[in-house]
Design a protein around this ligand. Structure first.
Ligand SMILES: Cc1cc2nc3c(=O)[nH]c(=O)nc-3n(C[C@H](O)[C@H](O)[C@H](O)COP(=O)(O)O)c2cc1C
Length: 383
């Protein structure tokens, strides 16, 4: 009898058990309206829900309106946003996956056009035309790059309020029946802006030394942990290295501290503070961030996920089998093939009878397999 591939072994975290090691990485669709889930998003998450991943993350959901990266970002800053999100959660949970939400605040990266319109800073007139304007905030009044908004530096009162804002969003995530929660601490967004010296030049307790720059991330994590149920895991996405003076050694210290305040897993990515994000970085190769996740896992003794150009089932299997990481995050490969994990299960021999598929599909595919095998034909070469 064939042994179960490592990619398809369960992974328990606090009170939830992932059926396998595949995680759908958060992927913004820029398709919400007033932060609310739209028909496109129901269709999109419905497809991802039944794709066989053990854990399906939503895209970055914004904790407040000022934190919107684009007008089409999903949000969880008011009560009306809970019920539609609960339907997304239901789609994922009904399919047997764990439903995760990523929370985020764009900070100085707020107020941009969507990728296919250039991702540039929206003109000031457009920003001001909104109901209450669209104030852009950050740790220091430093723009990401020429042409981007210069944020207003957050006061100490703003920082205290921000912890409450994230906590309130986490409470709404509980109401929406999410089972995992990830804080987006990478890719140049607000939390990362506090961590990285190129964006944070504060002279108070939140700036200067690496320890001070970590304070905001830790306070947010603590505030969220308090209202996020003890039986549900808390993730932190970290740009483990960036192009603005944040180093691997800093990430090790931060990961240890996050673990201390109740974070369960570090989702390891890189970059985004000044220029590129991993989706447009140079010198990428399959699994280019696995080394970072392996390093954090061993130095900080905390579970990790690796993400970035992991596209092939056998590659994902090797990464998990080596014990480098606990989960593999799959992003664009799921856009190409929303059944990526189901197909990986078939390819790796974990699902010869299509039992991991929803029965509405799997029953027929297995019947076809039996029929073909009876005729001496190889079912595996068929789509
Ligand atoms: C369409 C799209 C939207 C993304 N949105 C987010 C996001 O909301 N939050 C996040 O942390 N990363 C986001 N990312 C980055 C992915 O989660 C992932 O880290 C990256 O795409 C690399 O993995 P891949 O090579 O498997 O796609 C996005 C990527 C894509 C392609």
């Amino acid at each position: 009898m064939q042994t179960m591939p490592h990619l398809f072994t369960p992974f328990p975290l606090r009170g939830v058990a992932l059926a396998n090691r595949v995680m759908v990485s958060p992927m913004a669709q820029y398709s919400a309206e007033h932060g609310l889930v739209t028909d496109w998003l129901f269709g999109h998450y419905g497809r991802l829900a039944i794709g066989g991943a053990g854990l399906v993350f939503t895209e970055a959901v914004k904790v407040e309106e000022r934190g919107l990266g684009t007008d089409g970002d999903m949000g969880l800053w008011n009560e009306a946003q809970i019920a539609p999100l609960r339907r997304v959660t239901a789609l994922i949970r009904q399919a047997g996956a764990i439903a995760g939400i990523q929370l985020n605040h764009a900070g100085r990266q707020a107020g941009r056009s969507p990728p296919w319109e250039g991702r540039g800073a929206l003109p000031v007139e457009v920003m001001q035309r909104r109901d209450r304007g669209w104030p852009v905030i950050g740790p220091s009044p430093i723009a990401k790059a020429p042409g981007f908004h210069v944020p207003m530096a957050m006061t100490l009162a703003d920082i205290a309020d921000m912890c409450a804002v994230w906590a309130a969003a986490a409470r709404r995530a509980v109401a929406a029946r999410l089972q995992g929660l990830e804080l987006h601490g990478g890719h140049g967004y607000l939390i990362h802006q506090f961590l990285s010296p190129t964006a944070n030049q504060r002279t108070d307790g939140y700036g200067g030394s690496a320890k001070n720059r970590m304070r905001f991330a830790l306070e947010i994590a603590e505030a969220v942990r308090v209202c996020w149920p003890a039986d549900r895991p808390l993730f932190f996405r970290m740009s483990v290295i960036d192009e603005g003076g944040w180093h691997f050694e800093d990430s090790v210290v931060l990961a240890r501290e996050l673990k201390r305040v109740g974070v369960d897993l570090i989702d390891c990515t890189s970059g985004g503070i000044a220029k590129a994000t991993p989706t447009d970085a140079r010198n990428v190769a399959p699994g280019f961030q696995v080394e970072l996740a392996r390093g954090i896992r061993s130095a900080a003794a905390i579970p990790t996920a690796a993400v970035g150009l992991i596209t092939e089932a056998r590659h994902a299997e090797r990464i998990v089998a080596k014990g480098d990481v606990d989960l593999v995050g799959i992003g664009r490969a799921f856009l190409y093939d929303p059944f990526w994990a189901l197909h990986a299960g078939v390819e790796l021999g974990a699902d010869p009878a299509f039992e991991r598929f929803p029965p509405q599909y799997g029953w027929w595919l297995n019947r076809r397999r039996v029929q073909l095998e009876r005729e001496g034909l190889d079912n595996r070469s068929l789509p």
